[in-house]
Design a protein around this ligand. Structure first.
Ligand SMILES: C[S@@+](CC[C@H](N)C(=O)[O-])C[C@H]1O[C@@H](n2cnc3c(N)ncnc32)[C@H](O)[C@@H]1O
Length: 454
């Protein structure tokens, strides 16, 4: 690979000739692809994929799963570069926590965090760019996440509204992307010797807001996919100096994860608590990960609960009638509901007042309120375990191909009429309305595709 001018020289100076030789040679090695399986789903083992997991991330494997497979369309897998899966492992989300993923699109870390939360607690997932935020929302839906609020905001707006709120704030920072050179040729084009410093300026701005949102005793997880010390060890040295109530904490021992290099910053030995992944030492791309703890203080933090537009009594009745008819147990008991236009959402229990923040999804999209009827949403289908819902219809592979193409599916025998959860390999793929032996297609128009024969 042709590396940008000045890159090899920089790392030869930093690493010394001997290590730099191996490091630079790694750019000519093929990349490793990876994917994670989704523990929120049934049968979370994709078909036709050999499972190979030397990283120690329990749900992470080497390989790639096509977007046009039952496993991908039902949210059983998320394709993610192996090193990137380490960030979620360091976040180590636990059921019940409140977590903010501040730079979240397209959703690799957020879907991994959601898996750890197991639908309990709150994930606020944010992306500053609207188009990327839409992709984030789509991935959260496909993964079947029921306890996420998706936002399209600046870090500064968020920190004004959500100071001291989160148990964990994740900053997977926009960076110079040196660790992605092998995977993304655009990253090579962008790079100049000054680019890491430009990125570092933006990272300091983001971190200045991020620290405000960590509750006392909470954690800040910072990661990049670059080798540049300016964005890594030097950034952490700056955090420790600028925010004295934060301290670095040791990372879990994971294969290939090595200590960061204090000598690339101010020699503070604390910096070695952060971690690095190098492609000449492990089978993945370059990453940096650090975990910081905010020392506890007496700050008494209270946040008002979400104040979102409520559905009227008739609208609530329409949803409850649907819920009673189709779900084996109520799924929104104790949760508040909100309406955005005609769209009904279930708001995650811990959601605070969102003020004037730009909200893309205030929780799980339940469906559309029509005059005297309710139409369930795609997101609800993907978040519903088939055991929770009736009626369901199990599609064959050929019927699944018709369904994701948007075609009407003819069922083998007549089943109960009405809104039916179509499934494949034990997971929901969408709702469709059954009339006799016909399943009318409810697969979203924007997601439809033609399954090509091998
Ligand atoms: C490394 S990517 C995030 C990848 C994501 N966490 C994942 O795992 O899929 C960094 C993200 O930060 C966003 N970003 C760019 N500038 C930003 C800013 N000033 N504040 C917050 N986020 C920003 C980018 O649009 C990008 O989506």
């Amino acid at each position: 690979m042709e590396l940008p001018a000045g890159f090899a020289e920089k790392y030869s100076t930093l690493m010394g000739e001997s290590e730099a030789k191996d490091f630079l040679a790694s750019f000519d090695q093929p990349i490793q692809q990876g994917f994670r399986v989704n523990p929120l789903k049934a049968n979370a083992v994709p078909e036709n994929v050999s499972l190979n997991n030397p990283t120690g991330i329990p749900t992470g494997y080497y390989g790639h799963v096509s977007g046009h497979t039952p496993a991908h369309t039902t949210g059983v897998v998320y394709n993610q570069e192996p090193s990137a899966t380490y960030v979620g492992a360091v976040v180590d989300a636990q059921p019940g926590e409140r977590i903010l993923d501040l730079c979240a699109a397209p959703g690799g870390k957020s879907t991994q965090i959601a898996a750890g939360l197991q639908q309990q607690g709150l994930l606020m997932t944010n992306e500053i760019f609207a188009k990327r935020a839409a992709v984030l929302a789509e991935n959260m839906e496909r993964f079947g996440v029921a306890n996420a609020v998706v936002l399209n905001e600046t870090p500064a707006h968020l920190s004004k509204q959500l100071a001291n709120f989160f148990d964990k704030v994740v900053v997977d920072a926009p960076c110079s992307g040196e660790g992605m050179f092998r995977k993304d040729p655009d990253a090579v084009q962008y790079w100049t010797p000054d680019y890491p410093l430009e990125c570092a300026t933006r990272q300091r701005e983001i971190l200045t807001e991020a620290v405000k949102m960590v509750r006392p005793g909470g954690q800040l997880i910072y990661s990049t996919c670059t080798f540049a010390p300016e964005e890594n060890e030097q950034m952490m040295a700056w955090v420790l100096k600028s925010f004295p109530d934060f301290e670095l904490v040791s990372l879990p021992k994971l294969p290939g994860l090595e200590a960061a290099r204090p000598q690339w910053a101010n020699n503070d030995p604390e910096l070695s608590k952060a971690g690095r992944l190098f492609p000449h030492h492990m089978d993945g791309e370059g990453h940096f990960i650090a975990k910081l703890m905010r020392r506890s203080s007496d700050t008494n933090v209270t946040h008002k609960p979400a104040r979102l537009p409520r559905p009227d009594a008739n609208e609530v009745k329409l949803w409850q009638a649907f819920e009673q008819q189709h779900f084996t147990q109520p799924i929104t008991a104790g949760q508040s509901l909100t309406v955005f236009g005609a769209q009904l959402y279930a708001v995650p229990a811990l959601t605070p007042d969102l003020g004037k923040l730009k909200v893309l999804r205030p929780g799980l999209h339940l469906g559309t309120l029509k005059k005297n009827r309710f139409e369930p949403a795609f997101a609800l289908a993907l978040a519903t375990h088939p055991d929770q819902y009736r009626p369901t219809v199990a599609l064959s592979s050929a019927q699944w191909a018709q369904f994701v193409h948007g075609d009407t599916v003819t069922l083998k025998k007549p089943t109960e009429n009405g809104w039916t959860l179509a499934t494949i390999n034990g997971n929901g793929i969408g709702f469709g309305k059954v009339v006799g032996q016909t399943l009318k297609n409810g697969y979203p128009k924007g997601l439809r595709f033609l399954v090509k024969a091998d």
